[in-house]
Write a protein that binds this ligand. Structure first.
Ligand code: COA
Length: 224
């Protein structure tokens, strides 16, 4: 693979039955008790497998296993061997997105429904610079601004394979401002330890999608 690429899928696209899951995945599925967790997990597996097939990394969905590493980060296997691609996954409100990059890339993707964030949320999780970025947004664009900051932070925390084990204020993001027009726009981030990151965000259809990769990549390409 060259560069980073992404694919989304909706709940309605999920195939019936479990024939497309590997035996190891069926064992994981059998342990879920909460229907929403089960549905999210299934849709994440499906979109990741489709992404790997459509981008030529695998021949069919049945050949692919998406299993969790001890940290929870997803790992893709094709016919039992590590896939020649880096993978990150996200799901929200019946939509899942898989992001792929060249093998060895640290990659993080995060889909968030656009919503206002309470002052307490911003105070607890956003740095003063990020709080100022949200406060300076035009009326009507504040929810997009707050959501994209959170999405960009989560992307970095996922690319580090730590998620919320990292205190959110340890990552500070500086995005290019924009509206919900579906355009990819860049963001920069720092941390933890002042490490520099470059990512992308876009807002459309009530969601913000963020994507970060290290080494930095060009604008994410759609898969399929
Ligand atoms: C990664 C994390 C921030 C995602 O939370 P979220 O925004 O609510 O959920 P999203 O749908 O965007 O992402 C979930 C996906 O992230 C991936 N993920 C989970 N842990 C991850 C990690 N440590 N690093 C990278 N990706 C991770 C998984 O693919 C997961 O989906 P799956 O379990 O169905 O495969 C959160 O799950 C987390 O912090 N996990 C690790 C620490 C943990 O388990 N803490 C307990 C709760 S604080």
């Amino acid at each position: 693979m060259n560069g980073v690429a992404w694919l989304s899928a909706r709940q309605e696209e999920l195939p019936r039955g479990e024939a497309w899951l590997t035996a190891a995945e069926r064992e994981v599925l059998a342990r879920f008790r909460v229907p929403k967790r089960r549905a999210d997990w299934l849709l994440g597996r499906w979109v990741a497998k489709r992404a790997l097939v459509l981008s030529g990394v695998a021949v069919s969905e049945e050949d692919v296993a998406i299993l969790a590493s001890p940290s929870g980060a997803p790992e893709a296997f094709v016919l039992g061997h590590p896939a020649v691609a880096a993978l990150s996954l996200t799901h929200s409100h019946g939509v899942a997105v898989a992001a792929l990059g060249p093998a060895g890339t640290r990659i993080g993707v995060d889909l968030e429904a656009i919503e206002e964030r309470a002052p307490g949320f911003l105070g607890d999780w956003f740095t003063p610079v990020e709080q100022a970025f949200v406060a300076a947004a035009k009326e009507g664009e504040r929810a997009v601004a707050a959501t994209l900051v959170w999405s960009a932070k989560e992307c970095v925390m996922k690319a580090l394979r730590e998620g919320l084990r990292i205190p959110p204020k340890a990552v500070e993001v500086a995005p290019e401002r924009g509206s919900a027009d579906g355009q990819w726009r860049p963001f920069r981030a720092r941390g933890p330890g002042r490490e520099a990151w470059s990512g992308w965000w876009r807002a459309e259809g009530g969601f913000v999608l963020g994507l970060v990769a290290s080494p930095a990549a060009g604008t994410p390409e759609p898969i399929g």
